[in-house]
Design a protein around this ligand. Structure first.
Ligand code: NAD
Ligand code: IPM
Ligand code: MN
Length: 342
């Protein structure tokens, strides 16, 4: 039976990287794709970034593949206006996709494309495990004429389940990143992570790093890390930073998973790149690699996932470089190069 996939192309470069991804997937298996309007596009069409119908369709699918949302057209400081990003947050929360996995593995072909020196980054193979449905993103928001506030809250249950995800994913070490010297949520985070570790994963090494220090060590000694476990906003910021170890934000894929009863959501870490949208210049590789994560983690198609990853690697080894990696290849040329190696 064909795998049923909801595709959410979204805004900006979203449609430009989704189309070649579907072409790639059609080349390796039987899939039924159903596109839904999402993000800014859905605000224009329906007045909301995520319709009930789209959320229901996602819940029934085998997997959800998303490109990117947002753009200057919908940027506003008005608290009452709809925003494209609300669609993404609503989808993550609606499916309770609490575990966001962002693997950072620089490919040898791209060692010279990173702004970091080769000897610093080579051999880096780390995983950011970002909590995705709690923290300051989802706490109460207040806005008056003279003040504004965003509440950051975590429950023990929320911390326990994401900690388990990280300990299970780790090869030998988990680095839990927090701001326990200042934040109460971080002190609870640290305590619960230690409890889960002692109780369930005593054979995995556990260390704690304050987030400012972690940001520094990510670029000074990225090989130090195996699995980084952190809360929602720290994970957002640290993963964009970590992307540069791979050469570009256009290389980093992600998987968002729930408790197993819901389909996973697969999307690149980057956004809708409005500055290059409509020019055919977007790097589609993070999107291709997100499709590979969908094949592996969402559809149990490990061989097909490896085939996509190998094709990306071979194309880069063969010299493929989009502008974000210092080259001249456009999205179409990059797609062709990967298809040739598939
Ligand atoms: P961005 O990731 O869209 O772009 C940052 C920089 O990286 C830009 O210079 C852009 O051109 C470049 N870039 C990003 N992806 C690229 C690719 N595939 N190929 C080549 N270059 C690429 O971040 P931003 O500019 O801060 O945000 C733009 C919009 O995207 C905002 O509305 C933001 O909310 C949204 N956003 C959405 C998602 C998502 O849908 N998952 C993620 C991040 C940001
Ligand atoms: C990401 C994005 C989103 C986030 C935005 C668009 C809401 O930056 O997926 O990293 O902050 O989680
Ligand atoms: Mn982000």
């Amino acid at each position: 039976m064909a795998h049923r996939i909801i595709t959410l192309s979204g805004d900006g470069i979203g449609p430009e990287i989704m189309a070649p991804t579907l072409e790639l997937l059609r080349g390796i298996g039987e899939f039924e794709f159903e596109e839904h309007s999402f993000g800014g596009a859905a605000i224009d069409a329906y007045g909301t970034a995520l319709t009930d119908e789209t959320l229901a369709a996602c819940r029934e699918a085998d997997a959800v593949l998303l490109a990117a949302v947002g753009g200057p057209r919908w940027d506003t400081t008005d608290p009452n206006a709809p925003r494209p990003e609300q669609g993404l947050l609503g989808l993550r929360k609606g499916l309770e996709l609490y575990a966001n996995l962002r693997p950072v593995r620089p490919l040898p072909a791209l060692y010279e494309a990173s702004p970091l020196r080769r000897e610093r980054i080579e051999g880096t193979d780390l995983l950011v495990v970002r909590e995705l449905t709690g923290g300051i993103y989802f706490g109460e928001k207040i806005r008056t004429e003279t003040m504004a506030s965003d509440v950051c809250a975590y429950t023990v249950t929320e911390i326990e389940r994401i900690a388990r995800t990280a300990f299970k994913a780790a090869r030998s070490k988990v680095t839990s990143v927090d701001k326990a010297n200042v934040l109460e949520t971080s002190r609870l985070w640290r305590q619960v992570v230690m409890e889960v570790h002692g109780r369930e994963f005593p054979n995995i090494e556990l260390e704690h790093l304050l987030v400012d220090n972690a940001a520094m060590q990510l670029v000074s000694a990225p090989r130090h890390f195996d699995t980084i476990l952190t809360e929602n906003m720290f994970g957002d910021i640290l993963s964009d930073e970590a992307a540069m170890i791979t050469g570009s934000i256009g290389m980093l894929p992600s998987a968002s998973l729930g408790d197993g009863s819901v389909p996973g959501l697969f999307e690149p870490v980057h956004g809708s790149a409005p500055d290059i949208a409509g020019q055919g210049l977007a790097n589609p590789l993070a999107m291709f690699l997100s499709a590979a994560l969908m094949l592996r983690h969402g559809l149990d198609l490990a061989d097909e996932a490896s085939a996509v990853e190998s094709a990306v690697e071979s194309a880069l080894a063969g010299g493929l470089r989009t502008p974000d990696l210092g080259g001249k290849a456009g999205t179409a040329e990059a797609t062709q190069a990967v298809l040739e190696h598939l």
